[in-house]
Design a protein around this ligand. Structure first.
Ligand code: AMP
Length: 392
């Protein structure tokens, strides 16, 4: 009997999904419903090397999710309803340090932390509510981006602001990309035979970027904070800036909080620095062709990352391995080489040929001495499916 798990990532105007057969842990289909709520909503479905796109006449969450399940049934990938649905949930606040089966109590808690993730958590909830109405018998599991970082000690999660703000409003650092950091750290420890006692730094570099310090499988520090804006320079997000930048821009430009927040989240990072693109492939190509701003942006991206890796190392008993993952981490030999070049103080070095090949059979790209450097392809959707299977 097939064990089908559907993994859903509901956004404010999109639903990403993957269908897994867990008997073989293979992805059978994946897709994206986008521009939901608009006149031109569409659904793209990929399966068995094929890709089809259809228009969605009705594109609320309920109708869209029902079309997705009907389509997967129609093409023969679902004989019965999925045995569980795994939801990626962005923010679990301090409530969740592990995946959970969705219940009304769980949904209430996800609702309580909406102020911490005002765009994402309502969308995640809408997806759960739609499934509960359409298919009340399918168990749902919530897997949180923040959960892995709930092991951060207070010295790493508190900001230097009045403690009452933590008590009253839960103002603290949470961290994100936890599903990815957890998976690539454990996979690196396994591939490198690090045993139970180890110190690893993981760098998840995609459109959003964050790094984490992992000791013996537990996250002890990470670069993102209350929101995913903190930390590294990203595709369109600034990462760390002086907190007084808001006041300065307001005074000089007359911009209000919303304008500045939008600028820092959507118009900054690599896009803002290059004035060209948020896409690392485009930026690398431009830099190769002599575009100085593109080269400068690459320098900033890699230096800032190296600097944060140095800061994360303060949480480790020893540095055994540095892991690169995400679209950039898995593919960009240029970024990896530039980052390692800034980290000689830790004895890190690369094997140029292995780096050019994205690693040996284990993903290792480091030189002979010093901590290992390894590329591990992240599998966030499969991890969500595994967690869902384990709980139902
Ligand atoms: P993700 O969000 O994990 O899908 O990662 C997206 C980012 O990975 C984008 O900035 C892409 O340009 C980047 N990326 C994907 N492939 C490559 C590549 N071969 N070289 C450099 N960057 C890449």
């Amino acid at each position: 009997m097939s064990q089908n798990i559907l993994v859903i990532n509901s956004g404010s105007s999109s639903i990403k999904f993957s269908l897994f057969d867990m008997t073989s842990e293979t992805e059978q289909a994946s897709g994206l419903a986008e521009r939901l709520g608009g006149d031109d909503a569409s659904l793209t479905l990929k399966y068995s090397g094929q890709k089809t796109t259809l228009d969605l006449a009705q594109s609320d969450y309920r109708s869209t999710l029902s079309v997705i399940i009907d389509k997967l049934t129609e093409i023969g990938l679902l004989e019965t309803l999925p045995m569980a649905i795994g939801h990626r949930v962005v923010h679990g606040g301090e409530y969740f340090s592990d995946p959970v089966v969705v219940s009304t109590d769980v949904m209430d808690k996800i609702r309580k932390v909406i102020p911490l993730a005002p765009l994402h958590n309502p969308a995640n909830l809408a997806g759960m509510e739609a499934i509960a109405e359409l298919y009340p018998d399918i168990p749902q599991v919530a897997v949180f981006d923040t959960a892995f970082h709930q092991t951060l000690p207070a010295k790493a999660f508190l900001y230097g602001v009045p403690y009452e703000l933590y008590e009253e409003l839960a103002v603290r650092r949470y961290g994100f990309h936890g599903i990815s950091h957890q998976y690539v750290a454990s996979e690196a420890a396994r591939r490198l035979n690090l045993g139970d006692q180890h110190g690893i730094i993981t760098a998840h570099l995609g459109n959003g970027c964050s790094a984490a310090a992992v000791v013996n499988g537990h996250s002890v520090d990470t670069t993102m904070g209350l929101t995913p804006l903190e930390g590294l320079v990203m595709g369109t997000r600034s990462g760390d800036v002086d907190p007084n930048l808001h006041q300065f821009l307001h005074a000089q430009k007359g911009w209000d909080i919303d304008q500045i927040t939008n600028l820092l989240n959507k118009e900054s990072g690599m896009l803002g620095l290059t004035g060209l693109s948020n896409d690392m492939r485009t930026i690398e190509q431009a830099a190769n062709e002599g575009n100085e701003r593109a080269q400068l942006a690459l320098d900033v991206f890699c230096f800032r990352l190296a600097r944060q890796i140095g800061a994360l190392a303060a949480s480790l008993p020893q540095l055994d391995a540095l892991v690169f993952t995400g679209g950039i981490g898995e593919n960009s030999r240029t970024v990896r080489a530039m980052v390692i070049d800034n980290l000689k103080v830790f004895g890190l070095s690369l094997n140029g040929e292995l780096n050019a090949d994205n690693g040996d059979e284990h993903g290792v790209i480091s030189g002979e001495n010093g901590p290992k450097v390894i590329v591990v392809n992240t599998k966030e959707e499969l991890m969500i499916a595994k967690e869902a299977l384990a709980l139902v």
